[in-house]
Design a protein around this ligand. Sequence first.
Ligand code: PMP
Length: 382
Amino acid sequence: MQLIYLDNAASSWPKPPEVAQAVARTIEQCGANPGRGSHGMAVAASRILFEARTNLARLMGVNNPNDIAFCFNTTDALNLAIRGYVRPGDHVICTKVEHNAVWRPLEYLKRHHRVEVSYVEANERGELSLAELDQAFRPNTRLLICSHSSNLLGSILPIEKMAQIAHNHGAKILVDAAQTLGVYPVHVKDMQLDMVAFPGHKGLLGPQGTGGLYIHPDIELEPLRLGGTGSRSEEAEQPNIRPDRYEAGTLNTPGIAGLNEGVKYVQNETVESIHTKEWTLTQRMMEAFASMTGVRVLGPGLGEPRTGIVSIVLDAMDAAEAAFVLDQHFQIAVRAGYHCSPLAHQTAGTLGAGAVRISVGCFTTEQEIDACIEAVGQLSRT
Ligand code: PMP
């Protein structure tokens, strides 16, 4: 039996074949260090970064590709944004569906650096009240952080409206696009976003160890890593030029070459058609689960907007056991537990029990979904 991979919210798989080919080609033919020499191979390596940055900028509606800094994953990008922007005495607002990649850096700043943090509640479906959000701002609020989509509930937050509210209060918005870039529209210019953290290894179909942060040109961040950039090497100060300021040390050039192919694949398919395909598959699952007894789907209801995530709770079986049985007996890979999002589980009322997260990708087929429905049906009857 072939593996049915439904854990795309953690890392997407499979990837378009061009992704692995580009990684291998870069290692085999272009192993020089980008930006660190003037010989032909070093220039070719720099060109790989340039092309990937340019394609990412086009996908995200960013004017200047140099406003995107490559990072090693979303967590790295969020740490750069949060720790580079927030100062002692600041107030930061985030939501009650944030991932630990936001929660932990904020709680660290709260404990060690006199930063105040407010958490805006969301309901069980992952929706929050914009009026409540508006009221949470204080004179010293400098940053609003929100997941574009909850990695547990699949709900989509109205980041355009949230950006407007933050700007009305003179604050900036940082969007965690871990679950949306590549599978749901994210347009920096149209949505007036100040910073966007994203992974390369999920919706963009690139390899693990890739990701990035869009930083609005008006925003000055303290760099997280200091060191060599291949530019202004005689100066002790980290160069104040983008993207070098935020990219000290050698980048993952083979990974970024693969990421570039993933981005090109997404651009070719279009984000909208990928989203429609994924949404249709989630609805097929949700309709089937609604007709089963003892299966509860978390997050938005049938017919409502969501990303490719359907998290379920079974009356008959513990989440960890269900994921184990799905893997061992049905060759279906899903993720159980807290999904690094205890805040979202608290919001959903599943802290303690956890949930089984089924997440589709752009290569998931109807047959795979039907096999998953059949397997969950059997578990619900045990
Ligand atoms: N934020 C959200 C909403 C996520 O779903 C994830 C991945 N589970 C992350 C942040 C962290 O992403 P990464 O693994 O790329 O650091």
